[in-house]
Structure formats: structure tokens, C-alpha cells
Design a protein around this ligand. Structure first.
Ligand code: CAA
Length: 287
């Protein structure tokens, strides 16, 4: 089945970015969220991103208008009956994600593929909560989605080869480079990235260096575009903590224990750029 219309579930940081690259890639997107406010905020960020594409000559003004006309927003799951492919990008929590798939599935045709943008939850486990484990896959995008080239393509135990091919086609036509990885906790990306961020928080907690010092070491010594603490602020400290917990609980290995300072920051509500404060302060508010 040819994919023309993609349902994107969640208009937050990842969902709006995924919708952005899909409408730019020629797909019609049905962007779903629970509140009008989230939908409007997501659509405004997409419009701003497309304006930037025009300013930078990556898109003509005419193509921007065409792309925007392919974006529909909705609060009704029943509107997703028009989708040929679903990409879920809601909160990183098994119950929330499986609940969303359960709500959407009765409105979707049997052949529609479900993809989850989970950054660490087992695709096999999520797939098993649906009636279509063979048409279920992980499509893990990276933040900021319009900029980062990678999509991890994660087949679950029951995912069919046709589903993998369709998911790779979708990622490629959204301008991304798919890399296939197997369904293990954290996949490849977060199994490597999150322990580094967690260890950076330990360095801060143990006063090995202050936040800027920790970040400067990795930027100036390792050529990372952002230091690990800045990156944690970009990703969201709650997301980093959730992923560390998944790694710790899945591998049952103490090397993945979340740093107490990371837990404390999340308890204090210092979640990073999205709320204007994390390891750093963002006076402009939400980043
Ligand atoms: N949304 C959209 N575009 C953004 C953006 C955002 N939040 N932040 C920056 N950009 C764009 C800028 O507009 C600019 O684009 P132009 O070509 O139009 O100029 C481009 O990115 C470069 O930005 P800047 O010049 O302002 O700054 P920079 O050169 O320092 O790059 C960065 C910013 C791209 C974020 C870079 O610092 C970087 O690559 N950082 C690492 C990001 C990273 O590792 N992401 C993965 C996180 S892990 C994840 O997402 C998965 C997970 O499961 C947790």
C-alpha cells in the first residue's frame, strides 16, 4: 500500500518535528493531540521551521504553502481513519503509549502500519498490545528533528520485512537516513548517549567540574556540538531519567543507575529548555 497520509500522534517536541519533515517530504499529515492549545503550538512551530527553510533557500515560498496545506490538526482519534501510516510520539511511558495505540486502532484499517518514536521502550512489548504486531515498528527520530539526519528503524520480534521496508521508505522520503537496529533496551543511540549524560551529571554532583566545565571538556576535547548537560537540557531531564530507568530495569546492571542529582532535578521540576530551566537557565523561557 502506498503511504500518502500519515497520522502523527502528539504535537510536542518530537511530534511537531516529525510532522514538519513529513509534510516537507510530500505527505499529508493528520497531527493529533489532546488539546487545541498543544495543536496550535505544534502548528506554529512547524510554520516557523518552514519559514526558516524558505529563508535558507531549502524550500521555495510556493512549496512552503503547499507543505502547510498538507498539515491537518485534530483532537478526534476517529479522524485518523484517513491515515495510511501512524507515527506515535507521545509521552515516553509504556502505559501512555499502549493506551494511545489502543484508542487509535479501532479507527485504522488492518493494513495500516503503526510506528512508535519511543527512545527506549521495547517495540516487541508495545507491538504485543496491538492487533498488528507484524505491522508494528520503531521509528526513532532525533531532536531537533528537522536537523538530525538519523532515524533508528527498530523491528520487533514479529515485525514483517514488508513493514521494515515501508518504514525505511517513509524515513528516506522525509529526508532522513534510516539505520536498522535490533530491539534491545535503548537501541544503540540511547544505550550509548544516556550513560554518558548520566555520568556527566555524576561529574557535576561530585564537583569534578561545574556544568560549563563538564560541557566544555566534551565540546573542545571531543568536538561534540553540545556538551552532555546542555544536551540533557535539550532532550528534557525527565526523558533522560525515564530512559536511564528503562536501561537500569531492563539490564538489571548497576552501571545504568540514574544519578541522584538527575532524579533531584526532575523532582524539582527543572526539566530543561522546555520549561526554561535545567542545568542552565533559559531566560527566553521555553526553548
Ligand atoms: N529546531 C529546529 N531547528 C533547530 C533547532 C530546533 N530546536 N535548534 C537549532 N536548529 C537549527 C537552526 O535553525 C540552524 O539551522 P539553519 O541551517 O537554518 O541555520 C541549525 O539547526 C544550526 O543551529 P545553530 O546555528 O543555532 O546552532 P548549532 O550549530 O550549535 O546547532 C544543534 C544546534 C543542531 C542543536 C547542534 O548543537 C547539535 O547537533 N546538537 C546535538 C543534538 C543532538 O545530539 N540531538 C540528539 C538528541 S538525542 C534524541 O533526540 C533522541 C533521544 O531518544 C533522546
Amino acid at each position: 500500500m502506498e503511504t500518502k497520509t500519515v497520522g502523527v500522534l502528539g504535537a510536542g517536541t518530537m511530534g511537531h518535528g516529525i510532522a514538519h519533515v513529513l509534510i516537507r517530504g510530500g505527505y499529508t499529515v493528520l497531527l493529533h493531540d489532546l488539546s487545541q492549545q498543544f495543536l496550535e503550538a505544534g502548528a506554529a512551530r512547524i510554520a516557523k521551521g518552514l519559514n526558516r527553510d524558505v529563508e535558507k533557500n531549502r524550500l521555495t515560498a510556493e512549496d512552503r504553502e503547499k507543505a502547510l496545506s498538507r498539515l491537518k490538526t485534530t483532537m478526534r482519534v476517529s479522524d485518523l481513519e484517513g491515515a495510511d501510516f501512524i507515527v506515535e510520539a507521545v509521552t515516553e511511558n509504556f502505559e501512555v503509549k499502549s493506551g494511545v495505540f489502543r484508542a487509535v486502532e479501532p479507527h485504522c484499517r488492518a493494513e495500516v502500519i503503526f510506528a512508535s518514536n519511543t527512545s527506549s521502550i521495547s517495540i516487541t512489548r508495545l507491538a504485543a498490545t496491538t492487533q498488528r504486531p507484524d505491522r508494528f515498528i520503531g521509528l526513532h527520530f532525533f531532536n531537533p528533528v528537522p536537523v538530525m539526519k538519523l532515524v533508528e528503524v527498530v523491528p520487533g520480534l514479529a515485525t514483517s520485512p514488508e513493514t521494515v521496508e515501508a518504514a525505511e521508505r517513509l524515513a528516506t522520503s522525509a529526508g532522513k537516513t534510516p539505520v536498522r537496529v535490533n530491539d534491545f533496551p535503548g537501541f544503540v543511540s540511547n544505550r550509548l548517549l544516556m550513560p554518558m549524560i548520566n555520568e556527566a551529571v555524576y561529574c557535576l554532583m561530585e564537583s569534578v567540574a561545574d556544568a560549563k566545565g563538564v560541557d566544555d571538556v566534551m565540546k573542545l576535547g571531543m568536538n561534540h556540538p553540545m556538551g552532555p548537560l546542555e544536551l540533557a537540557d535539550l532532550i528534557g531531564l525527565d526523558v533522560c531519567l525515564d530512559i536511564m530507568k528503562v536501561l537500569y530495569e531492563s539490564f538489571r546492571d548497576s552501571k545504568y543507575r540514574p544519578c541522584p542529582l538527575l532524579e533531584k532535578m526532575v523532582s524539582a521540576g527543572r526539566l530543561g529548555r522546555k520549561i526554561g530551566r535545567g542545568f542552565y537557565e533559559y531566560p527566553q523561557g521555553r526553548g
